[in-house]
Design a protein around this ligand. Structure first.
Ligand code: SAJ
Length: 419
C-alpha cells in the first residue's frame, strides 16, 4: 500500500520512516525545499536518536521518496505544525493548507489521518469542509480520522512503538481502517473514539502537564521565600501513591505543552481559568529566573556581572530551541543590560548574537553559570577546570541536575531554583 506523509518535522519524518520500513511505499512531503534536498541525500534536518540509520535503511530499500509536492496514495497522514498566533489564538493555517494540498490527489477509498494536535472540532470545522471539495462522500468514499501523535522527542521511536494510541474516526469504518494501519508497528493498545474526543484527549494530556508544572513552579517560588528545598519536598510527596507532582524549572518550552492549553482556552475563555493561570505562571518563570540571578549578584556584591547561559534547547538532550524559556531569559538579561554568553552542545550552529560553540569561551571571565537545560553533558562538567576560567565562581541550577557537593568542593557557591 502507498502512503503520503505531509510535514516532515519531528513527527512526520519518523512516522514516514517507520511505515517505509514496515512494508509501505512512502512519499514524504514538505514545503521546506532545503529539508527535502537534504533528506534526499540521507541528511537530517532534525536530531533524534536512531533516525539517521532508519532513514538510510528506508531510502536504500527504495520504499521512501521525498518531494515538495504530494502524490497519489491510498493513505495520507498530515503532520504539520499547529502553533498559536501572537495573541495566543490557534493558528490552523498549516493544517488547512496541508489538507488543501492533498485534495487533487485523493481518490475513492482513500484514508486521511490528521496527526497534528488541534483544538477540539478542527476535523469537523476545518478539515472536512476542505476535503468535501473532492466531491467524495465522507465516511464512505473517503475515510477520515484524527490520531494525535503523543511521542516525546528524544525517545521518539520507543514511544512510537510502545505508547498507546488514540484513534478517532469520523465514523466506525474510518476508525477501523486507521487502527489497522497503526497496527503495523504500534505495540501499545489502540483506543478507538470519535474525532472530536480524540482531539480533546490530546489537548488535555498536555494541559494536564502544563497545569501540574505550574503548580510545581508555584511551589518553587514559595519554597525560595521560605528556605525550603522544593525538590526534596516534591520527591517525598510523590512517595504518596496518589500524588505525582511534576518538576519546577525556568519555564515551559517546546511547541506542545506551552501551546495546547491555549487551544482549550480559546474554546471557552470564561471557563478555562486554571488553564489560563497555569500558562501565566509558567510564562513568568524566565523573568523570575533572571530576578533570582540579579539577587544572587546583589547578595554577593558583584557589579558588572557576566553570566554564562548553559542550555538553549527547551529540554535535556535535544537540539530543539523552539519556544525555549532560555530565549526569554536571554531577552530579560539583555533588557537589564546583564552581559552574557550562551552555550549549548546540542545546538550546532550559532543562532543567537552572543552564542558560542566553545564552552571555555562561554565561561571565560564569567561570574555565574546559569544552567537552564538538563543536558547530560552539563551533569559531567569539570568544576575545577571551569573555576579557573571564571572571575567569580557561582553556579545557579534551575533544573536541579548537578551534583552540588562536587561543585562546592571545587569552591563554587551553588544555588538551586526552589531551595
Ligand atoms: N517541564 C518542566 N517540568 C516537568 C516536565 C517538563 O518544567 O516536570 C518542561 C520541560 O523542561 C520543557 C517543557 O516542560 O521545557 C515540555 O517538555 P516535556 O518533556 O514535558 O514535553 P514535550 O513538549 O517534549 O512533549 C509533550 C509530551 N506530552 C506529554 O507528556 C503529556 C509528548 O508526549 C507529546 O507528544 C508532545 O508534548 C506533543 O507533541 O504534544
Amino acid at each position: 500500500k502507498s502512503l503520503t506523509v505531509v510535514g516532515l518535522g519531528y513527527i512526520g519524518l519518523p512516522t514516514a520512516v517507520m511505515f517505509a520500513n514496515h512494508g509501505y511505499q512512502v512519499h514524504g512531503v514538505d514545503i521546506n525545499e532545503l529539508a527535502i534536498e537534504k533528506l534526499k541525500q540521507k541528511q537530517l534536518h532534525i536530531e533524534e536518536p536512531g533516525l539517521q540509520e532508519k532513514l538510510a535503511e528506508a531510502i536504500d530499500s527504495g520504499s521512501l521518496t521525498f518531494d515538495t509536492v504530494p502524490k497519489e496514495a491510498d493513505i495520507f497522514i498530515l503532520a504539520v505544525p499547529s502553533p498559536i498566533n501572537k495573541d495566543k489564538t490557534p493558528n490552523l493555517t498549516y493544517v488547512e493548507s496541508a489538507t488543501q494540498s492533498i485534495v487533487p490527489y485523493l481518490k475513492k477509498g482513500d484514508l486521511v489521518i490528521l496527526e497534528s494536535t488541534v483544538p477540539p472540532k478542527t476535523v469537523e470545522n476545518v478539515i472536512l469542509p476542505v476535503l468535501k471539495e473532492t466531491e467524495l462522500e465522507m465516511g464512505t468514499d473517503l475515510f477520515v480520522s484524527h490520531s494525535p501523535e503523543r511521542v516525546i522527542p528524544g525517545k521518539l521511536f520507543e514511544e512510537l512503538v510502545n505508547n498507546d494510541r488514540i484513534v478517532g474516526g469520523i465514523n466506525e469504518e474510518s476508525s477501523q481502517r486507521t487502527v489497522e494501519l497503526y497496527r503495523t508497528f504500534v505495540k501499545g493498545t489502540i483506543h478507538v473514539t470519535d474525532a472530536t474526543t480524540a482531539e480533546m484527549v490530546k489537548v488535555i494530556e498536555n494541559t494536564y502537564r502544563d497545569v501540574n508544572i505550574a503548580f510545581a513552579n508555584e511551589l518553587a517560588k514559595i519554597s525560595d521565600g521560605m528556605g525550603i528545598n522544593v525538590w526534596e519536598a516534591i520527591d517525598l510527596a510523590n512517595y504518596h501513591p496518589r500524588v505525582n507532582i511534576h518538576k519546577p524549572g525556568p519555564g515551559v518550552g517546546g511547541h506542545c505543552i506551552a501551546v495546547d492549553p491555549w487551544f482549550l482556552f480559546d474554546s471557552s475563555p470564561e471557563l478555562a481559568k486554571i488553564i489560563q493561570l497555569a500558562r501565566h505562571t509558567n510564562d513568568s518563570m524566565p523573568k523570575y529566573t533572571v530576578e533570582s540571578v540579579e539577587s544572587i549578584f546583589k547578595n554577593n556584591e558583584i557589579t558588572n556581572p557576566k553570566v554564562t547561559v548553559l542550555g538553549l534547547a527547551f529540554k535535556g538532550n535535544i537540539d530543539d530551541m523552539r519556544e525555549s524559556p532560555s530565549l526569554d531569559i536571554i531577552h530579560h538579561l539583555e533588557e537589564k543590560g546583564i552581559e552574557y554568553v550562551a552555550y549549548d552542545p546540542h545546538i550546532k550552529e550559532n543562532q543567537l548574537k552572543r552564542q558560542t560553540q566553545d564552552l571555555h569561551e562561554a565561561v571565560k571571565g564569567s561570574d555565574l553559570l546559569l544552567i537552564l537545560t538538563d543536558h547530560d553533558y552539563f551533569k559531567q562538567l569539570d568544576a575545577n577546570e571551569l573555576k579557573d576560567l571564571m572571575r567569580c565562581s557561582i553556579i545557579y541550577d534551575t533544573k536541579h541536575c548537578i551534583d552540588t557537593n562536587s561543585w562546592e568542593q571545587a569552591g563554587f557557591s551553588t544555588y538551586t531554583l526552589g531551595s
